[in-house]
Design a protein around this ligand. Structure first.
Ligand SMILES: NC(=O)c1ccc[n+]([C@@H]2O[C@H](COP(=O)([O-])OP(=O)(O)OC[C@H]3O[C@@H](n4cnc5c(N)ncnc54)[C@H](OP(=O)(O)O)[C@@H]3O)[C@@H](O)[C@H]2O)c1
Length: 326
């Protein structure tokens, strides 16, 4: 099969098509003939050599796929050859065939193409587990996501809105802010021209924000503490502006804040299966009703993965970039 390898870490050109053997499913795994694979910022980090695959994961990048089941390992009961699935995988998505754990695969929601379905797992698993499981966002609370037009941001805005929160987002241009509002944000803040702490203070009548999902880190850590409401919960899912900062923790203590973090890829299969089950029960019906949808930026053929990464790194994209196979 054709797969995209990273022989030497580097720029987008480090992504090189190679011929690899089709993997064989082990017990509890399914083999999927990939129709499309989502591109995510962690793939960019992996390509640069900054996010190595966890032990046992394939060296081929790609954390989410959609396609047809063509083989099942011993003990698999939920899926059979011919089923159309999308799946969260621990690597190997940039390929014509990919293995997935039975519990990390979900049915393709009715009405979605396989390219759209491939854009779901990484961001929907991440947003669900961080915003709802970890931070416990409740209806009527306020919610802020930084990077509102990212894959994560477009998903977070829609889900927070669908579950009854007041939604705020930051983004890097007036056009991106308009997209955030179209997706359901009550207020979108252009962080290049506006101070999000001051804007949120005004928008919440001085109360602050209950839950913050942050991928920026760096200087945002102290500013998130300022923007948070008393007993606010802040979840860190990345540090695009850096993870080493000097900080005055006084606000954390005085406001009784919780600052948490998590990463998805290295979690045990059973935990991913539990998140998948919650998504199928609580979120798939919203997708099938058209209330929530993956926001699609552009698709590229698999062998043009380097161009897909260049687009992601330009930050010109809005929503999800996918690779298509065949
Ligand atoms: N921990 C986990 O489990 C997990 C899982 C998946 C993804 N992630 C992380 O989540 C982040 C988003 O992933 P993705 O795949 O959705 O990537 P993406 O679409 O490339 O999003 C990155 C976004 O960051 C925004 N951004 C950059 N600097 C910013 C700043 N100073 N303030 C506000 N926004 C800023 C960019 O938009 P602007 O043009 O608006 O700046 C862009 O929309 C990545 O950092 C990724 O590593 C974490």
């Amino acid at each position: 099969m054709t797969a995209i390898a990273i022989p030497t870490p580097g720029g987008p050109e480090a992504l090189v098509p190679e011929t690899r053997p089709v993997p064989a499913p082990r017990p509890g795994e399914i083999l999927v003939k990939v129709a499309a694979a989502g591109v995510n910022r962690p793939d960019v980090m992996q390509r640069k050599g900054l996010y190595p695959p966890p032990p046992g994961a394939p060296d081929i990048p790609g954390l989410e796929i959609a396609g047809e089941v063509v083989g099942v390992g011993e003990g698999v009961t939920r899926w059979k050859p011919g089923d159309k699935v999308c799946a969260l995988v621990s690597g190997g998505g940039y390929a014509e065939y990919c293995l997935a754990e039975e519990g990390s695969a979900l049915p393709v929601p009715a009405g979605l193409s396989l390219a759209e379905a491939a854009a779901l797992p990484e961001t929907f698993f991440t947003v669900w587990t961080n915003v709802f499981d970890l931070a416990g966002l409740k209806p009527g609370e306020s919610f802020l996501v930084h990077g509102g037009t990212s894959g994560i941001g477009t998903t977070a805005i829609q889900l927070a809105r669908a579950f009854g929160a007041k939604v705020f987002a930051t983004a890097g241009s007036a056009e991106k802010c308009a997209v955030c509002r179209d997706l359901g944000a009550d207020l979108a803040i252009d962080y290049k021209t506006q101070d999000f702490v001051a804007e949120l203070k005004q928008a919440t009548g001085g109360k602050g924000v209950n839950v913050i999902l942050d991928m920026v880190g760096g200087s945002y850590i102290a500013r998130n503490y300022e923007a948070a409401a008393p007993q606010g919960r802040i979840v860190q899912i990345a540090f695009m502006e850096g993870s080493k900062v000097q900080i005055d923790y006084m606000r954390l203590m005085l406001k009784r804040l919780s600052h948490m973090g998590s990463t998805l890829r290295s979690r045990p299969g059973a935990e991913k299966a539990r998140i998948a089950a919650a998504l199928v029960e609580k979120v798939w019906p919203l997708i099938e009703a058209g209330t929530v949808k993956p926001v699609m930026d552009r698709s590229f053929p698999l062998v043009e993965a380097a161009a897909a990464h260049a687009r992601m790194e330009s930050s010109a994209h809005v929503g999800k970039i996918v690779l298509t196979v065949g």
